[in-house]
Design a protein around this ligand. Structure first.
Ligand code: ADP
Length: 423
């Protein structure tokens, strides 16, 4: 055992304090154990005596409402106790949502639809996680919607999706990903194709509303929506569109007063807009860290996590066995537009692709669409595969897939995202 692994520190936390630590270097692991008292990590309670393992890149906050003693083993990059946290405010928001849920339950109405907005790296995803955990700990069954296509928590980057939350997030692995509803967008940022992004958001919102209709418990529990940090200009318009599509009741604005004021000005009166401070513990991510996070998410999709390994399959398919599409054609100059066609219609045009070297390492969404027409654009995804080889001579494409052959559908849609399979 190296010296570092033996490092063992004990922390006594007072009421409302938070222990924050980061696991930075690639090879390190850090182990956390609650020795006495009560504590939680982003809203999930720690079990006394159980040891939790955190791997490279983890940024963790152990918060206690009542005081506790925790033990941290292994080399942390940073470790400190914070006395100032916004947890009381987050908990008050949960209290207000809970009030609305109880009301909705009594009257068999729809519970609160809350959207969390703010710039990048202010803790939006973390606040969603805390609110969802608190809800589920009160026996609610909310829906989590993630519109953050770059750094989201549902499925792989380049998608938006929804997940029914039935139990608290696991401390080290987040929410269980059973049967998420996923729509393929195919880009890292919504600004690449705002028209398509908007259409998909409307489609996801419609499906989520249908789910609320059919499940009484979920209906009164409501929805928590995470968004991406694109909040200026067209990004702001996009937020307004998302709020409209989901018919939100509450918008929580993290950290930015300007955005808060704009939303107070532009949202109808029945939408409550609340300002919340960000936690001093939120860690900023560099461009490289964001890109590494995306790679990591895709890798986990195919290979699982250290705790839950997955074994993907690799197989060949003939070009004739698949139909590959790309969404979005090159723009035509206005003068060449066919009659009745709008200038941005090309953004949502389906283009057939013959497999070629250009799609190597790209992710392909396996569509649920039954017809090979425009339905493909708005269909949700059955799953994802990665192109690991294209043999144009033999007309064969090799795919990495979580499931063995055959694919659930032969309609595949190209993503801008790539994954280098180094296994
Ligand atoms: P956003 O969704 O706004 O981009 P995140 O919620 O993903 O921000 O937070 C960024 C990072 O900061 C995450 O790795 C998260 O685990 C970490 N983080 C959030 N809150 C805290 C905290 N109180 N202490 C330590 N790390 C935190």
């Amino acid at each position: 055992m190296s010296e570092d692994k033996k490092v063992l520190q004990e922390f006594k936390l007072e009421t409302d304090n938070e222990l924050r630590f980061e696991v930075e270097s690639k090879t390190e692991k850090v182990y956390l154990t609650l020795k006495s008292g009560l504590a939680e990590v982003f809203g999930t309670e720690l079990v006394k005596g159980k040891t939790y393992e955190f791997t490279a890149g983890a940024k963790v906050a152990v918060f206690t409402w009542h005081g506790c003693v925790v033990e941290v083993k292994g080399k942390t990059d940073v470790v400190y106790t914070a006395k100032e946290t916004p947890m009381v405010m987050y908990s008050n928001c949960h209290g207000a949502l809970e009030f609305m849920r109880a009301d909705a339950e009594k009257e068999n109405k729809r519970g609160p639809i809350a959207m969390i907005v703010g710039p990048c790296d202010v803790g939006k995803s973390t606040v969603c996680r805390i609110l969802l955990n608190y809800a589920v700990r009160m026996s609610r069954r909310p829906i989590f919607v993630d519109l953050d296509i770059g750094q989201g928590q549902i499925s792989i980057p380049g998608t938006i999706g929804a997940l029914m939350i039935e139990r608290p997030a696991s401390i080290d692995e987040g929410f269980s990903q059973e049967a998420p509803l996923v729509y393929h967008f195919g880009h890292k940022s919504p600004s690449t194709n705002p028209t398509l992004f908007n259409m998909l958001i409307q489609q996801l919102a419609n499906t989520v509303k249908e789910r609320l209709e059919v499940n009484k418990k979920t209906r009164s529990s409501g929805v928590i929506i995470n968004t991406c940090g694109w909040i200026k200009g067209p990004g702001y318009k996009q937020l307004i569109n998302s709020a409209k599509a989901f018919e939100v009741d509450v918008i929580m604005v993290l950290d930015q007063e300007r955005l808060y004021n704009e939303l107070v000005r532009d949202m109808p009166n029945f939408v409550k807009v609340i300002f919340l401070p960000k936690s001093g513990g939120v860690v900023e991510r560099s461009k490289t860290a964001r890109s590494e996070y995306r790679d990591q998410r895709i890798k986990e999709y195919f290979y699982g996590t250290p705790k839950n390994s997955l074994y993907p399959h690799s197989f060949d398919l003939k070009f004739s066995e698949v139909k590959i599409y790309k969404i979005g054609a090159p723009a035509l100059p206005d003068s060449c537009l066919p009659l009745g066609m709008k200038a941005d219609d090309h953004l949502t045009k389906l283009v057939v692709l013959t497999p070629n070297a250009g799609i190597l390492h790209h992710i392909l969404a396996v569509s649920f669409s039954e017809k090979d027409d425009d339905d493909i654009i708005l269909s949700h995804a059955a799953g994802f595969v990665c192109v690991t080889n294209v043999d144009t001579d033999r007309q064969i494409i090799t795919l990495l897939s979580p499931q063995p052959k055959p694919l659930p559908n032969n309609i595949l849609v190209l993503s801008e995202l790539q994954f280098m399979d180094s296994h």
